[in-house]
Design a protein around this ligand. Structure first.
Ligand code: PMP
Length: 357
């Protein structure tokens, strides 16, 4: 049998594992921060109709620039943004890959503040970018002065901030973004995949876009919209940034079916985003209940919660799985991450946690 070792694979990819959480068939799946609620029936019908309308024309390539979809996304974001400020792709992972391709790559450096979204260093690897692991404090905190000092020291071509941060769930202090923008010599990306779940008073980096042509905000329909299977991510930035990513995007990267489905979903955003408040209530319930039980928990503005297990996290993860609850070991010694879903899923998780002690 041929193995990877027999192939002329790039040296820097040897011995690596592909990104991905286990996709296990268990009763309660709270490991990938999906929206637990299925797409409501009226939205299913609207998407089916929109997709069907495209089928006869599948002999033709789709709109390469996805202008109608970008217009709808700009309308959703508000803040005076237009289609010229917005770019869309198959998930915000692809958006971020395009940003690495356009602004980083061989001979260039990207910096993120670990622990943050674990795809960021992998995108660096895949694009031949040198990755710098920026540091956080002992409680995963990041101060403006510390962040700015690290950026000033390393002078990265790309800085990745994540707000709310994954895996901690905590929103970024706006002062950190301001300080980083002041010193960063290159692009600054704020990954806002979970922005819709933020607690009131948490400003989006979208408010800072005017006057900052090197700032990019990335968003996704995978989480709050419950559209992870649809694969639709996007960015908002100065129109010049949109021109830049078009230099590296594949032609016709967004299929006609994806564009139609996403537009139909956006047209029904009230129904889709209707689950956000219920999910936030479960998030707050998980945080409060775990804290009542004396467990250390990171503040969360997202649809997930990072908590300390008081021992080896691998053992605790396995113990929960044995009780039918799949959550995420993000590789942080002593900590695990759980997604907030339905009330019943929270019940199952809290019962399973109790059973561990
Ligand atoms: N950013 C963060 C912080 C995430 O947690 C995720 C999903 N795990 C993504 C981006 C990518 O999501 P998608 O490609 O589905 O938009």
């Amino acid at each position: 049998m041929t193995t990877l070792d027999d192939l002329p694979l790039r040296d820097d990819l040897r011995g690596r594992s592909p990104y991905g959480a286990p996709q296990l068939d268990v009763p309660v799946r709270l490991n990938t921060n999906e929206n637990s609620y299925p797409v409501p029936e009226p939205v299913v019908e609207a998407i089916a109709k929109a997709v069907t309308a495209e089928l006869r024309d599948l002999n033709r390539y789709p709109d390469r620039d996805a202008v109608a979809l970008r217009t709808d996304l700009a309308d959703y974001l508000g803040h005076g943004l237009t289609s010229a400020h917005v770019w869309a792709a198959n998930g915000s992972n692809e958006i971020q890959q395009q940003l690495f391709q356009a602004f980083a790559g061989p001979g260039r450096t990207a910096l993120g503040f670990t622990p943050a979204y674990s795809m960021h260093p992998l995108l660096a690897l895949g694009t031949g970018t040198t990755w710098v692991d920026g540091r956080r404090g002992a409680s995963f905190d990041l101060t403006a002065a510390d962040a700015a000092a690290q950026v000033a020291r390393h002078r990265p071509d790309l800085v990745l901030l994540c707000s709310p941060n994954n895996p901690t769930g905590t929103a970024l202090d706006p002062a950190v973004l301001t300080a980083v923008l002041d010193v960063a010599p290159g692009m600054v990306v704020v990954d806002e995949a979970y922005a819709e779940f933020a607690r009131p008073g948490t400003p989006s980096a979208l408010t800072v876009l005017p006057g900052h042509p090197r700032l990019v905000v990335t968003r996704t329909m995978s989480k709050a919209f419950g559209f992870a299977g649809g694969r639709l991510g996007y960015l908002a930035a100065d129109p010049a940034v949109v021109d830049a990513v078009q230099l590296v995007r594949l032609p016709y990267h967004l299929s006609a079916l994806t564009q139609a489905a996403a537009r139909a979903a956006l047209a029904h955003r009230a129904a889709l985003l209707g689950t956000v408040e219920a999910i936030k209530a479960q998030r707050d319930r998980i945080v409060a209940t775990l804290r009542d039980r004396g467990i250390r928990v990171a503040d969360s503005d997202a649809n997930f919660v990072l908590f300390e297990v008081g021992g080896d996290q691998k053992t605790a993860w396995r113990g929960l799985l044995d009780r039918g609850v799949l959550i995420r070991d993000v590789g942080l010694p002593g900590w695990l991450r759980v997604t907030a879903g339905t009330p019943e899923e929270t019940d199952a998780f809290l019962t399973a946690i109790e059973g561990l002690s």
